[in-house]
Design a binder for this molecule. Structure first.
Ligand code: ADP
Length: 447
């Protein structure tokens, strides 16, 4: 059994893992850059190690720095959180070569799902419905024209190695194809060092529905329903909820089963998310994330499980602590992402926090590494907190969100909190009637 886990991350997700460790009687080790010496994860962990200068490449992304920190502290395992090294197959390999355990999937599964073409092919072969598109990579513009004619416009050109919404270009008709094709390629090359692209039918008004799966690595896997993450800005999620307002119990059971079967057949281990676009009652696979996601707390809210604890358990070879039959949806949960950004343009707003007061009360969870007087460093992403509410049903969760928002105080910096107050005034949000374009359109009209 693990005695000590090193958390190769920072911010709220590092706290999330430290808390799970503490409850399981496992010691935690925080790593931090020099810019994070005063960060909350350093204070809450049992031990901490400085692993380098502010730049992520020299600290949170540095294999040797993190492996050395494990060796110095005698940690048995590494939890990567999300982002940073969480989906880096080469890192997983190095961790294993040092006789340490990576708390997450195998290097092979990370590699397969990290390449969008192989991921799509694998999922298709496992019986998961995918978006119509090219069979694999599209080598040149002439082939692109052919594929686009076959599947019909509009089409989207996507970089195989893309992520975070980068390397994706829309072509509404033949006249837009060449530019879209070339830009997606060069963005893929610049951002991910890989210019391979593929083509998909562009869906006009889908919802983003993702299924949480969990495997024990030995062929047993379950699903924990869906999250609706359609409210996005520049392909980044800002508001997530579970269950999805557009998904009924029968649909959940059907697609959930397809996903659980698929991951059980590949002996998947740990937490994973299978992302779909959902339009006119049909699911279309877009990608699989082989890690814990930012929005996992909404799933924890409605199923009453601790996903990080479960990750740590299966990494030690223990069985899942629940079966599919044990899992039932209870109520409704919503998460909003609080970023240190100035509206209306979402410009990063790092700086020193004055007063900080977290909301509380029944059904309210605030996952944040903020504290009064904390200086938010400018080097990392701008997520500073996640407010998660749970209620017996969607209306109760919405009013609880409204109430919790009214309690939060974050002084000294600009945040995205006012966006959520405004969204809660919108009839479409209150009725759950939105697709993946809703927020962009709303922002354009209310900017
Ligand atoms: P990334 O890895 O960059 O997040 P995804 O493939 O997950 O890329 O797509 C991100 C978002 O882009 C989706 O949530 C959706 O909003 C949009 N998108 C992706 N594929 C399509 C498609 N075929 N049609 C319409 N929108 C799409």
């Amino acid at each position: 059994m693990f005695e000590k886990i090193l958390i190769a991350n920072r911010g709220e997700i590092a706290l999330r893992v430290i808390r799970a460790c503490a409850e399981m009687g496992i010691k935690s080790v925080a790593v931090h850059s020099t810019a994070d010496a005063d960060a909350m994860h350093v204070r809450l962990a049992d031990e901490s190690v400085c692993i380098g200068p502010p730049s992520s490449t020299q600290s949170y992304l540095s294999f040797p720095a993190i492996i050395s920190a494990c060796e110095i502290t005698g940690a048995d395992a590494i939890h990567p959180g999300y982002g940073f090294l969480s989906e880096n197959a080469a890192f997983v390999q190095i961790v294993e070569d040092h006789d340490l355990t990576f708390i997450g999937p195998t290097a092979e599964h990370i590699r397969i799902m990290g390449d969008k073409i192989t991921a799509k092919e694998t999922m298709k072969n496992l019986g998961v419905p995918v978006v119509p598109g090219s069979d694999g990579g599209v080598p040149d513009y002439e082939s692109a024209q052919k594929v686009a004619e076959d599947i019909g416009y509009p089409v989207i050109i996507k970089a195989t190695a893309g992520g975070g919404g980068r390397g994706m270009k829309l072509a509404n008709g033949p006249d837009e194809l060449e530019t879209a094709f070339r830009t997606a390629r060069s963005e893929g090359k610049a951002a991910f060092g890989n210019d391979e692209v593929y083509i998909e039918k562009y869906l006009g008004k889908p919802r983003h529905i993702e299924i949480q799966v969990f495997g024990d690595g030995k062929g047993t896997a379950v699903h924990l329903g869906e999250r609706d993450c359609s409210l996005q800005r520049r392909h980044q999620k800002v508001f997530e909820e579970a269950p999805g307002p557009a998904i009924d119990a029968e649909t959940r059971a059907r697609i959930g089963r397809v996903c659980a079967d698929a991951v059980s057949r590949i002996n998947y281990i740990g937490a994973g998310t299978i992302e779909f676009l959902y339009e006119d009652g049909e699911f279309y696979f877009i990608e699989m994330n082989t890690r814990l996601q930012v929005e996992h707390p909404v799933t924890e809210g409605i199923f009453g499980v601790d996903l990080v604890r479960e990750q740590i358990r299966v990494a030690q070879g223990l069985p899942l602590s629940f079966t599919q039959d044990d899992l039932s949806v209870n109520g409704h949960a919503i998460e909003v992402r609080i970023n240190a950004e100035k509206l209306p343009n979402f410009t990063p707003s790092p700086g020193t926090v004055g007063m900080y007061h977290a909301p509380g009360g029944l059904g309210v969870r605030m996952d944040s590494a903020l504290y009064g007087g904390y200086s938010i460093p400018p080097y990392y992403d701008s997520l500073i907190g996640k407010l998660i509410v749970h209620g017996r049903d969607r209306p109760e969760a919405l009013s609880r969100l409204d109430r919790a928002l009214s309690e939060i105080v974050i002084e000294g910096i600009d945040t995205t909190l006012p966006l959520f107050d405004a969204l809660l005034q919108e009839p479409d949000i209150l009725s759950g009637n939105y697709d993946i374009h809703w927020l962009e359109k709303w922002l354009a009209a209310h900017g």
